[in-house]
Structure formats: C-alpha cells, structure tokens
Ligand binder design. Structure first.
Ligand code: NYM
Length: 212
C-alpha cells in the first residue's frame, strides 16, 4: 500500500546550551531505539571528521582564527555536505538522532552579533527536522555542571546570549524538556516525543525543507 512506499525514518534534532545533556541523552536514546529493533543512527554537528569539520574543530579549539561570517558559513557547509546522505538514510527508513543542527548555527553566530536573518539564509533548503527537542537549562546551572572544556563559546556570559537567541528561534512545534530534571526523567520524556515522531514518519510524512 501507499503508506509503505513513503515510509521513512525520522529526523530528530536535539538542541540546547553547552552542558545541557544533549550528548548523553543522544546515546541513551540510541540504545533504546536500537533495543526496539529500529534502524537508527546517532549524528552530530559539527561533524569534525570531514575536511570542513577539521577547520571548524581547529577554530573551536583556538588553533586557528577565522572571521565570524566565515566560520558561520563553514558550520553551514558542514551540514550541506551531509545533506544527501541524510536524505538517503531517512528515505531508506533509518532514523537519525542529530546532536545540534541549524538552530545551533544561528543561535551561536547571532550571539556574536551577526544579523539573525543573515545567519538563517545559508540554512534554507537543508532538511527540516521532524522533531526538535530543546533541553532547557538556565545558563548558570549549565555552568555549575562544570566541564566547560575551554573551547570557544564555553563561557557563561556568551551562553546567556545564546540562550536568548534560542528563545527567538523556538517555535510552538519544539518540545521543551527541563534539563534540570533527573536524567532518567529527561530520558523518559524524550523517548515519548521521539517514538511519536517516528510513528508519524513511518506512516509516510513528506520530507520538507528548512526556512524556504
Ligand atoms: N556550534 C555548533 C556553532 O557555533 N554552530 C553550529 O552550527 C554548530 C552545529 O560549536 N559550542 C557550536 C556549539 C558548540 C560548539 O559543538 C561545538 P559540540 O556539540 O560541543 O561538539
């Protein structure tokens, strides 16, 4: 039947400040979904394994200096270079759990003072997520968690600005989870949102594009 033809995996995006718990929640979610017998992969942006990703990584670790607009476009290019693989994975039925996406791109660059519409422009045409989950943590609480690794951006004052731009980007379709709740509670809420979203994609929800 028709449903089966258009069945696909879900594009699930986790967003939040540094130290909000995205990475540990991604790995818990991955194990859970694998355990359900689903085809699923865990991705992250920046993807530091590509040439572009190497440039980004060297910038983040303060091993190179780049103009703010230049690095913004590199982060965007790093998503564009993965777009076709992303689309084929989704169409072949694999769900992708993505740790950061275009929203990080826009929130972090806008927090540096770049115009928000300028920041959004190169993201237009990338695949739109089926679900965005925002792990919500006050910047002060995130800072208390420690482990800011000394990369660029990992400073309280800057993270406060980033959180303001996430607020601007947030739309009513985003699912917000209080990231100060115990990890198991966050995990449980996350699973529920994700399972619902995957079920809709399996029924043949069309893929769509960001901001275009
Ligand atoms: N970051 C991440 C950006 O500034 N723009 C982007 O497009 C993306 C995807 O990179 N502080 C920032 C947010 C993080 C940093 O990410 C590295 P991570 O999740 O720590 O590897």
């Amino acid at each position: 039947n028709n449903h089966k033809d258009n069945s696909r995996g879900g594009l699930i995006v986790l967003e939040g400040l540094d130290r909000s718990g995205k990475t540990s929640q991604s790995s818990r979610l991955l194990s859970h979904l694998e355990g359900q017998g689903l085809s699923v992969e865990s991705w992250r942006f920046p993807d530091r394994t590509t040439c572009v990703g190497n440039m980004i990584s060297s910038y983040l670790t303060n091993n190179s200096q780049l103009d703010d607009r230049t690095v913004h476009l590199l982060f965007s290019a790093n998503r564009w270079e993965k777009r076709s693989l992303m689309e084929s994975k989704l169409r072949s039925g694999t769900t992708l759990i993505v740790d950061r996406y275009s929203y990080s791109g826009v929130a972090f660059s806008s927090a540096k003072g770049l115009d928000i519409d300028w920041c959004k422009a190169p993201e237009a045409g990338l695949l739109a997520p089926d679900l965005v989950v925002y792990l919500d943590i006050p910047p002060e609480k995130a800072a208390e968690r420690g482990g800011y690794g000394g990369e660029r951006y990992e400073q309280l004052e800057f993270q406060k600005k980033v959180s303001q731009y996430y607020n601007v980007l947030c739309d009513p379709t985003w699912k917000i989870i209080d990231a100060c709740l115990p990890v198991d509670v966050v995990e449980k809420q996350l699973k529920e949102f994700v399972m619902n979203s995957i079920a809709i994609c399996q029924k043949g929800k069309p893929l769509s594009q960001l901001w275009s």
